[in-house]
Ligand binder design. Sequence first.
Ligand code: AMP
Length: 116
Amino acid sequence: MSTDPECIFCRIVAGSIPADIVHESPTTLAFRDLQPQAPVHVLVIPRSHYPNAGELARHEPATAAHLLDAAREIAESEGLLRGYRLVFNTGEQAHQTVFHVHLHLLGGRSMGWPPG
Ligand code: AMP
């Protein structure tokens, strides 16, 4: 499994910094975003370190699918019956700030477009 000791999300996976964890599987972990942009804002991450969704899909395609399945399961457990948004920010111009791939799961309010 690929890991980076300098990466904040790798540290959450390792349990060395705390997070409000809402889901765990052998390949994925999900926790609430520290600065929520919606009533439900969860980050779903692979345990392995890859900088973005494309690199994860290239190296661990099954884990990429696990992220989507985990998001479905969390959306159900959070009661997001009316819908939710899934976002992978990739790169500087998309305002990606943490370079360990993470799937934003946002819900609990109406989602306009473009996102604010
Ligand atoms: P992005 O801009 O797509 O890279 O999103 C990174 C997200 O990680 C932001 O929404 C941050 O609020 C969130 N974040 C950063 N550090 C933590 C942390 N320790 N626990 C939970 N969320 C975090």
